[in-house]
Design a binder for this molecule. Structure first.
Ligand code: AMP
Ligand code: ZN
Length: 664
C-alpha cells in the first residue's frame, strides 16, 4: 500500500471507530489502539500533507483560532418553544391542534428536552459546511471550527442523505465529563464551573478550538430542516438522522393519546436522573410533518410543538448553621448546614452558598427556612428564604472577617468572587491541601499514602510541607491510627518511589496557582530544569507559548517566597527530579540556547509543530508574539503582515525556513 492509500484507509478506519465510540457508545477497539492509529495517521499526514483528507480524523484535535465569530443569518429561523407545566396544559394544547386540523388522527413524538446550547448544522453533499449558534433565532455566530472538534458531529455522512439540509440539535456536556473537568480545575487551583449547560455554551465561543477539543462535549440532534427531504414524520426524521450518522437518543416515543404522552413525561421526570446528561423537560411534537406545516408558527414558537418543563426539584428545610471551608488555595466557601432532607433521590445535608455576595443578596440567615434546589449543579443550592417562617429574633448574617482555621484576617481583592486566607504556610487546611495535591494521582502519585493519612501526619507534627514526606521513617509512621508494619512500609516506599516521577509532573505537584498539568508540561519543556525556571522573570515567562501574564506572575510570586525555594532545595536533596530526563534530552542540543523564536506562516520542508519542536530541542524557546526579546522571526508562506511590521519595527531579524534549518 502506498502512503496515499494508507492515509485513506486509516482515515476511514478511524472515522468508523469515532462513530462507534461517540455516536453508538459501543467502541470496538481499546483507547490505546485508537491513539496509536491516530498517531500513525498524524505522522503520515505530516509527511504527506497533500494526501490529508478534508475531514481527516486528526482535525478533531483543533488548533485553529477564531478571533471574531462571524454573524450568519439562519436560512430557517430557529424558534423557541412554548412551555407547559401540567397535564391540563398539554390537553389544552392538543385541543387547539385538533380544532385547527379538523377531524384527523393526530400522533405525537415525545423527545427529551436536552439542556445545553442550541446549534444548527448545515450539510452539503454529505459534508458539514457550517455550524451556527441559535443567537436571537434569526442570526447566530459561526462556530464551525469549534463544532468540528466534537467527535459525535459527523464531518461526512453515510447513506442516502439529501443534497443540502440543516439539522438542529443541542450541544451538551455530560455529567461525567463535567465532573472530570472540574476536578482538573480544582487540582490547578482554579474555581470549578457552575453547571454543565453554561460550560457547554461557553465552550462554543472559545477562541482556541484545541481547547474545545479537550472538552468532552456531545451533540444530540432532533430536527432536520430543508426542502424535498422525502420524510413524512418527526419520528421517521429521527431514524433518518441516526442512519446518516448523527447521535440521536433512542428514548423518543411515538404516542397516540394524552395518556401515553403523560406516561412518557412522568417516567422521565423520575428517570432523568439516570441519564448521562442534563434534561429540563420533554418536547412533544405533532408527528406528521404535513400537519406541522399546516399548523405553522406563532411569532415565537411552532404551534406543533410544546415543551413540558420538569419542575426543578425543590424542598424546604431549616438552615441550622453557616460554616466556612478553607480550600487548598485559601479560598473561603460558605456552606449551609441543613436539617437533612430528601431531594431528587438523595439526602441533602449541605448546600453551597458560594460567597459573601450570595448570602447578602438572598439575605440568608441561620435559623431560616430555605428552599433548596438540585438543578444541573451537582451540589444543591439555596434558591430563596421563606421569610414568613423567619424567627422574630433573627439577625442578618455577619460574614466572617478572619479565617476559621487560623484566625488570620481574610482578604478580598477587587474582582475576586471570594475571600482568601493569606496565611498560606500557617493555615492547616492550606498546608494539608498542598500536600494532598502533591501526592495525588496526576502529580507524584504516591502509593500507600492517602488524604486522611496526610491530615494525621500533620496533626502529629510529623510533616509541615511536602518535602517533609521524604524524612518519614517506618518507626514514626507505625504508631499512627490504622497503621501496621506493612502499611507503614508501603508508605515509606511509596514516597521513595516518587523520586522517579518526571520533572513535568513534579512541576504540577508543587501546586503553583494556575499551573495545571498542561502548563506544567510547557514550563518543564521550555526551561528544562528548575534553576532556569526559578530565575525567570515575568517578561521571560510570557515569551513561552501559551503562558500568559496571570500564570507568569503566579510562577514568579511562588519562587519569590523563600519557603518554596527551601522546599524545592530540600526536595532536590532527597533526589526528586528537577530536570527533564536524559532520555528526553537525547537528540537535543544547546545550539540555540537562550534565544527565543517566533514562528509564523506555513512551511515547506517541515510542519509548524515540527519546527517548534526543533526550536525547543535545540535549547531555545518558542514565543507566542513578537517583542523586543524575540531573537528571530521564522517566516513561512502566508505570514501575517502585522507580524512582519512589528518585527521590522523592533529590529527583530526575519529568517526563512531554510535559514533556520541551516542554524540547526
Ligand atoms: P427554550 O430555550 O426554553 O425556548 O426551548 C427551546 C430550545 O430547546 C430549542 O432552542 C432547542 O435548542 C432546545 N431543545 C432541546 N431538546 C429539544 C428537542 N428534543 N426538540 C426541540 N428542541 C429542543
Ligand atoms: Zn487560614
Amino acid at each position: 500500500m502506498n502512503s496515499k492509500e494508507k492515509i485513506a484507509t486509516l482515515s476511514k478506519e478511524l472515522r468508523e471507530h469515532n462513530y462507534n465510540y461517540y455516536v453508538l457508545d459501543a467502541p470496538t477497539i481499546s483507547d490505546y489502539d485508537f491513539d496509536m492509529k491516530l498517531k500513525e495517521l498524524q505522522a503520515l499526514e505530516e509527511q504527506f500533507p497533500e494526501y490529508q483528507e478534508a475531514d481527516s480524523p486528526t482535525l478533531r484535535v483543533g488548533g485553529e483560532i477564531t478571533k471574531n465569530f462571524n454573524t450568519i443569518v439562519h436560512d430557517h429561523r430557529m424558534y423557541s418553544l412554548d412551555n407547559s407545566y401540567s397535564k391540563e396544559d398539554i390537553e389544552d394544547w392538543e385541543k387547539r391542534i385538533q380544532k385547527n386540523l379538523g377531524d384527523v388522527d393526530v400522533e405525537y413524538t415525545c423527545e427529551l428536552k436536552y439542556d445545553g446550547a442550541s446549534i444548527s448544522l448545515t450539510y452539503e453533499k454529505g459534508t458539514l459546511i457550517r455550524a451556527v449558534t441559535r443567537g436571537d433565532g434569526i442570526q447566530g455566530d459561526d462556530v464551525t471550527t469549534n463544532i468540528k472538534t466534537i467527535r459525535s458531529v459527523p464531518l461526512k455522512l453515510k447513506g442516502d442523505y439529501p443534497e443540502k439540509f440543516d439539522i438542529r440539535g443541542e450541544i451538551v456536556l455530560p455529567f461525567d465529563g463535567f465532573k472530570k473537568m472540574n476536578e482538573e480545575r480544582i487540582a490547578a487551583g482554579e474555581e470549578p464551573y457552575m453547571n454543565p449547560r453554561n460550560t457547554a455554551s461557553g465552550s462554543l465561543k472559545l477562541q482556541d478550538s484545541s481547547l474545545v477539543a479537550q472538552r468532552p462535549l456531545e451533540c444530540l440532534l432532533y430536527s432536520i430542516v430543508g426542502s424535498n427531504l422525502g420524510i413524512e414524520t418527526q419520528y421517521r426524521m429521527l431514524d433518518k438522522a441516526r442512519e446518516w450518522g448523527f447521535k440521536v437518543p433512542t428514548v423518543a416515543k411515538l404516542c397516540k393519546t394524552t395518556e401515553e404522552v403523560m406516561d412518557f413525561v412522568n417516567h422521565w421526570d423520575i428517570h432523568r436522573h439516570d441519564l448521562p446528561y442534563e434534561t429540563d423537560g420533554v418536547v412533544v411534537k405533532v408527528n406528521n410533518l404535513l400537519h406541522q406545516d399546516e399548523l405553522g408558527y406563532t411569532s415565537k414558537a411552532p404551534r406543533w410543538a410544546m415543551a413540558y418543563k420538569f419542575k426543578a426539584e425543590q424542598v424546604s428545610t431549616v438552615l441550622n448553621e453557616i460554616t466556612y471551608q478553607v480550600g487548598r488555595t485559601g479560598a473561603i466557601t460558605p456552606v449551609a448546614n441543613l436539617e437533612p432532607v430528601l431531594l431528587a433521590g438523595t439526602t441533602v445535608k449541605r448546600a453551597s452558598l458560594h460567597n459573601a455576595d450570595q448570602i447578602e443578596k438572598l439575605d440568608i440567615r441561620e435559623g431560616d427556612t430555605v428552599f433548596v434546589e438540585k438543578g444541573g449543579e451537582i451540589i444543591p443550592k439555596i434558591i430563596k428564604v421563606d421569610v414568613s417562617k423567619r424567627p422574630s429574633n433573627s439577625l442578618p448574617t455577619n460574614y466572617i472577617g478572619s479565617c476559621p482555621e487560623c484566625d488570620t484576617l481574610l482578604e478580598r481583592t477587587e474582582g475576586d468572587a471570594k475571600h482568601y486566607c493569606p496565611n498560606e504556610y500557617g493555615c492547616p487546611p492550606q498546608i494539608t491541601g498542598r500536600i494532598q495535591h502533591y501526592i495525588s494521582r496526576k502529580a507524584m502519585d504516591i502509593e500507600g499514602l492517602g488524604g486522611e493519612t496526610v491530615e494525621l501526619l500533620f496533626k502529629e507534627g510529623l510533616i509541615k510541607d511536602y518535602a517533609d514526606l521524604y524524612t518519614l521513617t517506618k518507626e514514626q509512621v507505625m504508631p499512627l491510627e490504622r497503621m501496621a508494619e506493612k502499611s507503614a512500609e508501603n508508605l515509606v516506599n511509596g514516597v521513595l518511589a516518587s523520586t522517579q516521577i518526571p520533572f513535568e509532573r513534579v512541576m504540577f505537584a508543587l501546586g503553583i496557582r494556575f499551573v495545571g498539568e498542561t502548563v506544567a508540561k510547557k514550563l518543564a519543556k521550555a526551561y528544562k530544569n528548575i534553576d532556569a525556571l526559578m530565575t525567570a522573570s515575568v517578561e521571560d515567562l510570557i515569551q513561552v507559548d501559551e503562558i500568559g501574564q496571570r500564570i507568569a506572575e503566579s510562577v514568579v510570586a511562588f519562587f519569590e517566597n523563600e519557603k518554596n525555594v527551601e522546599a524545592v532545595t530540600r526536595l532536590k536533596s532527597f533526589g526528586v527530579q528537577f530536570e527533564i530526563s536524559a532520555e528526553k534530552l537525547e537528540n537535543q542540543t544547546e545550539k540555540l540556547k537562550g534565544q527565543t523564536f517566533v514562528v509564523s506562516g506555513v512551511f515547506e520542508a517541515v510542519s509548524r509543530d515540527e519546527l517548534k519542536k526543533m526550536i525547543e530541542d535545540n535549547g531555545a524557546k518558542v514565543g507566542s508574539s513578537i517583542s523586543s526579546k524575540t531573537s528571530y522571526l521564522v517566516a513561512g508562506d502566508k505570514m501575517g503582515p502585522s507580524k512582519r511590521t512589528k518585527a521590522e519595527k523592533l529590529n527583530v531579524p526575519i529568517i526563512s525556513e531554510q535559514e533556520f534549518l541551516d542554524m540547526v
